[in-house]
Design a protein around this ligand. Structure first.
Ligand code: ATP
Ligand code: MG
Length: 359
């Protein structure tokens, strides 16, 4: 079966290094190395509204930020269709039919939704739209018959929910929809990068992020205040590597050539860790090294971002064109779905013939 790739992000803020490690890095690799029929990237503004309905301006402003982030990490608009979710109305319509296939109890059991509900302190006033966003995500995926979804680990329950809907739909109405597979990074930390505050997830909503578009000064400031090992007070003290945020981020980005370039006293990360564990290696050295490693990743992004910012009308055209072609595909699937359910009264002559025969 040929590969159709889809993934997306909520325009609730600029994208951060957690997104890069968890999903964007995989997307760029797939875009450049894999064989695929179609590749879609969606700005999930309608989903973002489910928990930001009272702040639509934030969503509107961040649409372009997220698109610029895509382009800056190297997503190539010639290979990938970038589109805006709310401008593809077929997605909303599909959601309405899929909602019948999912129980309230099932939605309440979704572990990611559960933790997001407690994080957002909804208590007893959970917007029903928010509870339903996994169903809308099923529409996003199935509308494009996407079978390969490069995402962070928090998205696994969404893909599971999608596939349950696909199976239920196909068993009731006939084979129309396609099951999808999530592609998450190899390690747990990559799939869920912690925030600079040490919290379990770097998240736009928690404001504990190093953003892809942060300036060098911002990156420096954030790294310098990072938590290391509270017992590593004097340089000579032995230090802990586990739970040390600086080493955690180094593990995500470092390679041996960074040592050659910025810290030639060590060959690789293991040597650096050993020295830190033994004592005699100060936090400032490892923090400066992390700044250099991050800059190696972020500086090319800043340059690419700037060139797109200078051509913002072209960026507008990219998403407008992308959305147009996404509509064509999603409308076709919606037609198939409606036909399978039997609610396609005017798409051909069959309904007319049925009623004529009856009366
Ligand atoms: P929000 O707080 O608004 O939900 P978010 O930071 O969780 O924002 P999303 O737009 O929900 O970002 O997620 C976009 C993609 O990035 C998803 O594939 C998600 O799994 C992945 N992702 C988000 N945060 C992380 C993280 N900390 N580590 C790894 N992947 C992540
Ligand atoms: Mg999220």
């Amino acid at each position: 079966m040929s590969k159709i790739i889809l993934s997306g992000d909520r325009p609730t803020g600029r994208l951060h290094i957690g997104h890069y490690v968890g999903s964007l890095r995989n997307r760029v690799r797939m875009q450049n190395e894999e064989d695929y029929e179609k590749f879609y990237v969606m700005v999930a503004d309608a989903q973002a509204l489910t928990d930001n309905f009272d702040n639509p301006q934030k969503i509107r402003e961040n649409v372009i930020e997220v698109v610029l982030d895509y382009l800056s990490v190297g997503i190539d608009p010639n290979k990938v269709t970038i589109f805006i979710q709310s401008e593809v109305p077929a997605l909303t319509e599909l959601t309405f039919y899929y909602m019948n296939l999912v129980t309230l109890a099932r939605l309440m059991r979704n572990p990611t939704v559960k933790s997001e509900i407690s994080m957002r302190e909804f208590d007893n006033s959970i917007p029903s739209g928010f509870l339903n966003y996994p169903v809308s995500q099923a529409s996003d995926i199935t509308a494009f018959k996407a079978n390969c979804i490069p995402v962070g680990a928090d998205q696994l329950p969404m893909i599971e929910q999608t596939n349950e809907i696909v199976r239920k739909f196909n068993s009731i109405y006939g084979d129309v929809l396609v099951e999808a597979e999530a592609f998450i990074p190899k390690t747990a930390i990559e799939g869920r990068v912690p925030g600079i505050d040490g919290k379990a997830k770097m998240s736009k909503s928690l404001d504990n992020c190093i953003y892809l578009s942060d300036t060098k000064e911002e990156v420096k400031r954030k790294v310098m205040m990072m938590y290391t090992d509270p017992d590593h007070i004097k340089i000579t003290d032995p230090g802990k590597v586990e739970g040390n945020m600086v080493f955690l981020y180094l593990d995500l980005f470092v390679n041996d050539s960074h040592f050659e370039k910025y810290l030639p006293e060590y060959k690789n990360i293991d040597e650096l860790k050993n020295h830190y564990r033994q004592g005699g290696l100060g936090d400032v050295v490892i923090k400066k090294f992390l700044i250099n490693v991050l800059e190696d990743v972020l500086e090319p992004m800043r340059i690419r971002r700037k060139s797109y910012e200078d051509n913002i009308e072209r960026v507008y055209e990219i998403i407008k064109e992308g959305t147009k072609s996404a509509n064509e595909v999603a409308n076709k699937t919606l037609e198939e779905v409606k036909k399978a359910i039997g609610i396609n009264y005017f798409s051909d002559n069959t309904f007319l013939e049925e009623i004529k025969e009856k009366y």
